[in-house]
Design a protein around this ligand. Structure first.
Ligand code: GSH
Length: 242
């Protein structure tokens, strides 16, 4: 639990590295760097070159239960965006909305029925299959006593293996083009990687995709958004594990 004491300080340091200023069409994002879904939303905003304003919701401190935030999202979860009064929660919906509203074309979320449906299926796989297993194992260690649980670790590894199979011979998670499914996937995979528990190189399709996606997102701020937040989570996990 020692790591939890460091989290507020780390977050202040981390958030202060975002220096974008308010401007017209600035989208508010309710955010915390340790959160994979929140990171996928911010990463997508940066890929699209949008102006944003981070409103920090410190989850380890319980700020999601503040009445003002509950009014914004009664489910008390981040991410949430507020785009000129349009309030939207859930990372999958947010990523689709951002692409539909602001991308110059539909490549990040294809309109073609089949590739669009595969993109959505992969996003839902990450959001409803991999992410809960990561929460169960990693957040379980951080927030509930720190005891390792090999069964939960194995369940998360099953998700990694499925993702490796989905990628197969494709370059990207949803086929031969990069989509928002890659962004949501890497926000989660980087967190799994930062746990230090898994040898991701043992999953060659996934490993090559991981390297390729980091590279593709680097100029949009991969390190700043995804890597740093994942490491913060990984450090908290490693410090709590016993
Ligand atoms: N399905 C949601 C899940 C969001 C979620 O679970 N967010 C966590 C942080 S990673 C949260 O806000 N937890 C606080 C709580 O549930 O009270 C999404 O993809 O946006």
């Amino acid at each position: 639990m020692r790591a939890l004491h460091l989290i507020p300080l780390l977050c202040i340091l981390y958030i202060s590295s975002f220096s974008e200023t308010m401007a017209e069409n600035t989208i508010d994002i309710y955010y915390f760097p340790m959160s994979p879904p929140a990171r996928s939303a911010l990463m997508t905003m940066k890929v699209l070159g949008l102006k944003y304003n981070i409103k920090t919701v410190n989850i380890p401190e319980g700020e999601q239960m503040n009445p003002d935030f509950i009014k914004i999202n009664p489910l008390h979860q981040i991410p949430v965006i507020n785009d000129g009064g349009f309030i939207l929660s859930d990372s999958v919906a947010i990523l689709k909305y951002l692409v539909d509203s602001y991308a110059k074309d539909d490549s990040l979320f294809p309109k073609d029925p089949k590739t669009g449906a595969i993109t959505l299926q992969r996003m839902l796989f990450i959001s409803t299959y991999m992410f809960p297993r990561m929460g169960d194992y990693m957040a379980g260690v951080i927030f509930h006593g720190g005891a390792d649980d090999p069964e939960k670790a194995k369940k998360l590894e099953e998700a990694i293996s499925h993702l490796n199979n989905y990628i197969g011979d494709n370059h990207w998670v949803a086929g031969d083009k990069m989509t928002v499914a890659d962004i949501i996937a890497i926000a989660n995979v980087a967190t799994v990687d930062a746990s230090g528990v898994y040898d991701l190189k043992a999953y060659p399709n996934l490993w090559q995709w991981y390297e390729r996606t980091k590279e593709a997102l680097s100029s949009a701020g991969y390190e700043e958004v995804i890597q740093k937040g994942a490491e913060m989570f990984g450090q908290a996990f490693k410090s709590a594990l016993h």
